[in-house]
Design a protein around this ligand. Sequence first.
Ligand SMILES: N[C@@H](CCC(=O)N[C@@H](CS)C(=O)NCC(=O)O)C(=O)O
Ligand SMILES: [Fe+2]
Length: 308
Amino acid sequence: MHQTRDEQPTAIAAGDGGKPQVTVFFDKRTFSAQYVVADPASGKCAIVDPVLDFDEKSGATATGNADRLLAFIRDEGLALEWILDTHPHADHFSAARYLKEKTGAPTAIGAQVVEVQKLWKTIYNWPDLPADGSQWDRLFADGDTFTIGTLPARVLFSPGHTLASITYVVGDAAFVHDTLFMPDSGTARCDFPGGSASRLWRSIQDILSLPGETRIFVGHDYQPGGRAPRFESTVAEQKATNIHMAKCATEADFVALREARDATLPMPKLILHALQVNINGGRLPQPEANGKRYLKFPLDALDGAAWG
Ligand SMILES: N[C@@H](CCC(=O)N[C@@H](CS)C(=O)NCC(=O)O)C(=O)O
Ligand SMILES: [Fe+2]
């Protein structure tokens, strides 16, 4: 089982046969799951998909979520080895840069992020942005391996929601971000620039070919029907009960279902705020001469306007 931040964390047990201890921290504002993935044997850990707080009404930024992750790591006596993002998020700022500045731990994301940088650098008309991934310490390609303490970790390239999405498989746990959601919630949308429902279908097939008992940890939970948030399932449960996959025998079925649903979804309210920070490794814009930072938005650049 995973723990949520509201539960009392249990002590880290020594050695657990390649099973990371996974603690989830839910950001209610953006329905995002942030994870601390710990190796019980060594006390080393990684953070997956940390959120930097942003209040779009006032323009205020804050580090409440990120500081809670750091406090947990400190209280548990863990050592942070990696700051991992699964993809350049479209609905919140990544706290990767803040956490690196606080801890010195290396940041990482999928290598195809350079393609996302190229796409959005055009949308933002931002010629000075280096579109070479140099904003992160490590760019992971499909099949790359690394360790979290003694735990083996492997990268599965899993695009579709974005061009650069990756899944981290750590021991018996897979951090699948926005591919599959909880079985009663279905799958992630594919209508952002660079998204593709047929690529997502193939990525989901790769995830579902992991062993049935693999623990699946999702990137968001939108609490369908107002139920309490849930983040963990298994490959076997997803295969048996995911509401989108159950309706789809073929890739064509899935593409039709996904595209029909995507046509009904408004753009995330922070997509234009978030991408300009996230394609720059979670760096907020440089302050101007008056010491203030400013975001820049293109007009009429994205489809998906919702006037209703
Ligand atoms: N209402 C949310 C939407 C966020 C959103 O679009 N989330 C993506 C993941 S980044 C997704 O796949 N959503 C699936 C869905 O809404 O069905 C917002 O404005 O931020
Ligand atoms: Fe996403």
